[in-house]
Design a protein around this ligand. Structure first.
Ligand SMILES: Nc1ncnc2c1ncn2[C@@H]1O[C@H](COP(=O)(O)OP(=O)(O)OP(=O)(O)O)[C@@H](O)[C@H]1O
Ligand SMILES: [Mg+2]
Length: 311
């Protein structure tokens, strides 16, 4: 296997006359986290399903761990692990039994040790003997990922692993993902959360309506945007007008009633902004320092906002 874990070229998928993937090109280097970011319906799950050989593409090629997804599907399956968007655990079995099922299915040697190790790693020892129907959403997700790890895959596809999790469980999941990467695993992660991609990914591709609209490191994507600025929100148009006249390099948003003044975010330049407002006896209703985040990237690239809040 060369250094490219996943290489995709011109991937297409249609349902009837609906184009779901419209020529996707991407490359994921081995041992890195690649995040496919996009809103509901962008085509994330479709991409995962095609790359994991669950679904046939209509065009284009893809190699996973050097194997062609069309002609070498079996070889692809032997090196990957998939944790789908919806937890694929058996409700009636206990956590331990679910893991045992995977051990039996894959014919893993010293299965007991593997299971004990995974239960400990995912903090599921106490609930191991309880049926999954009594698990919380976060516990199910962890068990689901633990089941994926039974076969020690080199490349793992995680489809929205943290959607619906509370902030603490999300962080636990992030720690687990970082641990996998430290062990040399390649992660292909889909998410609707911009901060998640920012936190975890080496590279991010933004998918919108079946097309990649941007690709790069989190910093590269952020660099495509206007820089740090101070946001001043006013309660009257008169105040907004007056402030716009004194901050000539600012941009205004009449709908939001705010003014964006370029600033490095340091105390000196912040004080200067406040002093000028004072000088002209203008008071702002709200004052905030804004550093561009991936939500801005998404807005700038697709012209519409994400449907799910980033934080
Ligand atoms: N089996 C199917 N038949 C017809 N259309 C489908 C099918 N599966 C998916 N689609 C359509 O393909 C598009 C992409 O769906 P996909 O599930 O890949 O999106 P997604 O990015 O994973 O969204 P989400 O964030 O909601 O999971 C959607 O418009 C969806 O309606
Ligand atoms: Mg999906």
């Amino acid at each position: 296997m060369n250094s490219s874990a996943i290489a995709v070229s011109g991937l297409r998928k249609t349902y009837g006359d609906k184009v779901v993937l419209d020529g996707i090109d991407l490359e994921v280097r081995a041992g890195t986290v690649f995040s496919l970011l996009g809103p509901n319906g962008a085509g994330k799950t479709t991409t995962v399903n095609v790359l994991t050989t669950l679904l046939k593409a209509d065009g284009g090629t893809a190699r996973v761990a050097g194997h062609d997804i069309d002609t070498e599907a079996k070889a692809v399956r032997s090196v990957i692990g998939v944790t789908g968007q919806f937890a694929a655990v058996d409700e009636l079995l206990t956590g331990q039994e679910n893991l045992q099922l995977m051990v039996d299915l894959l014919g893993v040697n010293s299965g007991e040790q593997v299971i004990a190790g995974l239960l400990a790693r995912f903090d599921l020892v106490e609930s191991a003997q309880k049926p999954v129907s009594t698990y919380s959403g976060g516990m199910r997700r962890k068990l689901d990922l633990a089941m994926t790890l039974v076969g020690k895959p080199k490349i793992i596809f995680l489809d929205e692993p943290t959607t619906g999790l509370d902030p603490r469980s999300r962080r636990t999941m992030w720690t687990i993902i970082r641990g996998l990467v430290a062990d040399g695993v390649t992660i292909f992660l889909t998410t609707q959360y911009l901060d998640e991609a920012d936190q975890l990914a080496d590279r991010i591709a933004v998918l919108d309506q079946g097309k990649l609209v941007a690709e790069g490191t989190p910093d590269e994507l952020k660099r495509q945007l206007p820089g740090t600025h101070v946001r001043l929100r006013f309660s009257t148009v008169e105040e907004l007008d007056a402030a716009a006249r004194i901050f000539t390099d600012s941009t205004r948003d009449d709908e939001a009633m705010d003014l964006r003044v370029p600033s490095d975010g340091g105390t000196k330049s912040l004080r200067a902004v406040l002093d000028r407002l004072d000088e002209y006896s203008i008071s702002a209703e709200e004052f905030s320092v804004h550093t561009p985040d991936l939500d801005d990237v998404f807005l700038a690239l697709t012209g519409h906002n994400t449907e799910v809040a980033a934080k």
